[in-house]
Design a binder for this molecule. Structure first.
Ligand SMILES: Nc1nc2c(ncn2[C@@H]2O[C@H](COP(=O)(O)OP(=O)(O)OP(=O)(O)O)[C@@H](O)[C@H]2O)c(=O)[nH]1
Length: 220
């Protein structure tokens, strides 16, 4: 796999308090599973996934020829899962700078993880590019009976910060594909307008699979 196999390569970094479900969201999207007994992330973890936008799923053989012939876009998402624990902060901060998008995650059943969001936004301000796209995600909506942060409160917060907001369940797979694919669409749209972070990193081996996506840019 080389960079020429892809129309776009985007770097997406997940951040947020420890235990909010960042690793589970990444695993759900890239591997389609909810890992049992997921341990805390140490430093950073890395996964990749290819997505086809506005096209059909293309077989691996003749991949490039078919795709170019049909005018499809193949996009590689490089997804970096960072440790939420404070002691890894100096390592994880170094990954913000070249991120095209940040997924700022909190746990809807944990008020504390929501209250820490302004602190995370300060980190973003300090370490990320000013062109970065930030999405706020409230995870664990399958635990509705334990909800501590209302959807309305989170929406008001995200609107005030000019961020797109989505609620997910990595466990039940609710809105997880939507999160990453809408983000990919938005990244493509911004890349076409040349407003994105110029990312010089190259693809690395990963475990993701190809998937298709037919609609584009549901959030702006
Ligand atoms: N019920 C429910 N549990 C979840 C969900 N997502 C994650 N969890 C659980 O929450 C715990 C923490 O999940 P992780 O994905 O390791 O959290 P993390 O944000 O990556 O944590 P750090 O690596 O320490 O930063 C695990 O016990 C998961 O099983 C979800 O959508 N629903």
């Amino acid at each position: 796999m080389s960079m020429e196999d892809y129309d776009f390569l985007f770097k997406i970094v997940l951040i947020g308090n420890a235990g909010v479900g960042k690793t589970c969201l990444v695993r759900r999207f890239t591997q389609g599973l909810f890992p049992p007994g997921q341990g805390a992330t140490i430093g950073v973890d890395f996964m990749i996934k290819t997505v086809e936008i506005n096209g059909e799923k293309v077989k691996e053989t003749n991949h490039i020829r078919n795709r170019r012939f049909a005018g499809f876009l193949s996009n590689l998402l490089q997804i970096w899962d960072t440790a939420g624990q404070e002691r890894f902060r100096s390592i994880t901060q170094s990954y913000y700078r070249s991120a095209n998008a940040l997924i700022l995650t909190y746990d809807i059943t944990c008020e504390e993880s929501f209250r820490c969001l302004p602190e995370w936004l300060r980190e973003i301000e300090q370490y990320a590019s000013n062109k970065v796209i930030t999405v706020l995600v409230g995870n664990k909506i399958d635990l509705a009976e334990r909800r501590e942060v209302s959807q309305q409160r989170a929406e008001e917060f995200s609107e005030a910060q000019d961020m797109y907001y989505l609620e997910t369940s990595a466990k039940e797979s609710d809105n997880v594909e939507k999160l990453f694919l809408d983000l990919a669409c938005r990244l493509i749209s911004e890349a076409r307008q040349n407003t994105l972070v110029n990312n010089v990193s190259s693809p690395l081996p990963g475990e993701g699979k190809s998937i298709s996506y037919l609609t584009c840019c549901n959030f702006n």
